[in-house]
Design a protein around this ligand. Structure first.
Ligand code: IPD
Ligand code: CA
Length: 257
């Protein structure tokens, strides 16, 4: 079975775990503080994904948000968020997903983001295109920030927060179409499907971006860190600017003024 098909199958099964647990959470634990939480459902989803990956791909490595960490013996590394949008999930907001990225020798290879409530499967493999369910994705050209729909977000406690506020100030002033959805992976998926035009966030973790990077690149988008460099997936705190090529240049200039 191809890696992308394994990833999709796991995402669908994890999605069933999330749907069953939605509005039915048994345990909520604070991580760094209120709003940064983990539930029994996040953990069940990660345990399921881990078992499947380790059974089907025993030599692959694995990194999961809720603690799983296995070294790779063959260059393949799975980077998973078993539930992205946990705070939405706990509040009863039906916007969350499973995010599964696979890297090969530190290069993006496969990405799957699955929203089980809306039954939307975003998937991509390097060189083979990005899809929303069976529809091929292609980011449409968009120029200029003044009417763009921009996802602007920071992560609480992120070192760059103050600096970020200064950097995005003019973006806030130039467009009123601001979005922040509570799930970075859903935001990235929406960018790949032209529901959002541009995305700027700091303080993200590898599992927030791993799947999305493959999907956005395959949909024809540009994705870099704030310095215009390729995203280093091993960083503990990741900054990101992403959009179609034209808008990306505008966003990069605004952030680096
Ligand atoms: C969080 C969400 C949020 C983003 C945070 C993530 P979680 O993930 O994606 O939108 O701003 O950086 O940690 O905790 O819901 O998996
Ligand atoms: Ca999570």
């Amino acid at each position: 079975m191809e890696i992308i098909d394994i990833a999709k199958e796991i995402a669908i099964a994890c999605g069933e775990i999330l749907k069953a647990g939605f509005n039915n959470i048994l345990e909520i634990e604070e991580k760094t503080g209120p709003g940064d939480i983990v539930t029994d459902v996040d953990r069940r989803s990660e345990t399921y994904a881990t078992k499947q990956i380790m059974t089907l791909r025993p030599d692959d490595g694995l990194l999961g948000e809720e603690g799983v960490s296995v070294e790779s013996k063959n260059g393949y590394m799975w980077i998973i968020d078993p539930l992205d949008g946990t705070y939405n999930f706990a509040l009863g907001i039906p916007l969350f997903c499973v995010s599964i990225g696979v890297y090969y020798n530190n290069e993006p290879f496969v990405g799957v983001i699955y929203d089980p409530i809306h039954n939307e499967m975003y998937s991509a493999q390097r060189g083979k295109g990005a899809y929303l369910n069976n529809k091929k994705l292609e980011i449409k050209p968009y120029d200029g920030v003044s009417d763009a729909v921009l996802y602007l977000s920071w992560v609480k406690g992120s070192m760059e927060r103050k600096d970020f506020n200064t950097k995005v100030q003019t973006l806030f002033e130039k467009t009123s179409h601001i979005r922040r959805l509570g799930s970075a992976a859903i935001g990235f998926a929406y960018l790949a499907s032209n529901r959002i035009h541009g995305f700027v966030e700091v303080g993200l973790k590898p599992w927030d971006v791993a799947a999305a990077i493959v999907i956005i690149m395959e949909a024809g988008g540009t994705v870099t860190d704030f310095y215009g460099d390729k995203i280093d997936i091993t960083q503990k705190s990741i900054s990101i600017i992403t959009a179609g090529k034209e808008l990306y240049s505008d966003l990069y200039e605004e952030i680096n003024k």
